[in-house]
Ligand binder design. Sequence first.
Ligand code: DAH
Length: 347
Amino acid sequence: MDKIEEIKKLIEEKTSNISALDELNNLKVEFLGKKGIITEYQSMIKDIPNEEKKEFGMKVNEVRSLFNTKYEEIKNRLEAEIINKKLEDEAIDITLPSVKINIGSANILEKLIEEIEEVFMSMGYDVVDGPEIEEDKYNFEMLNIPKGHPARDAQDTFYIEGEEILLRSQTSPVQVRTMLEGEGVTPIRMICPGKTYRRDDDDATHSHQFMQIEGLLIDKNISLSDLKGTMEVVFKRLFGSDVKVRFRPSYYQFTEPSVEVDITCSTCKGKGCNICKNTGWLTIAGAGMVHPNVLRMSGYDPSIWSGFAFGFGAERLAMLKYNIDDIRVFYNSDLRVLRDFDREDEE
Ligand code: DAH
């Protein structure tokens, strides 16, 4: 009996500084294994005289349950410690800066075109499309540029089939197509952004493929001052409200009179710099009043209808707005350059 009391002490002692599960399991073997201390006493029961058997049995059970209670207690504690340690080790530091994920974004030229579309749409213009593979008839003839006319030489055209099918050298044929759809009776307000092609050698300011934005307004009593007002709205929105617009006389076959549209230099604000070749002005569009022949050929009676037309080079506008000095940037898809503009947008 006394021995059993000693076992209790031994249990208390041995369980007091267990720090790992395998130690605990070894202890279990030591007390409850086949040759364990408690097991030994248990097997003694049969040899105990009957009158003491009950008490002895109860004592042995007592130490056994004491050990089991201790065992469970320690096991739970150690397992909890293991889980906590694991959680600690695997914890994610959500304050760390994340890896930057690259996502696509609209090309800078595309963004500028969208901006211009917004401005025109706010003035009631439709944005229309036309074919890039075009007929000579629309690209030249119905724009008052007959076969053999010297003006054709200036637009070094890619012909696809004979003399009739070509890659459009300007977006102006979409004027003709829109007027034909208007059937000579509908007022027109449209812009057409689109790709155009010329047999130019590519360099910093030339590209065999480029984007134009064509515009056409046909209504009654339209004058050059309507064109001027429209250009002012557009360029002030694109380049800032202090921008001034001026017209210089020019010559296009499909407009009469024709003008070059200049704006005050976006870089030096008109003071003079190398971008504007010290003139303070940048030529930014060709425009004019739609020629009576063009109106007539497309079914609009020039004694009733009048209108203006204009054509912007989208790359030129983007180059000025974003200070780009090489047109090839738009087509080379150099991510290092394009990402710079994304960053500019984010700022
Ligand atoms: N299509 C002309 C070009 O490519 C630009 C242009 C000038 C368009 C005057 C027009 C315009 O509609 O009225 O050079």
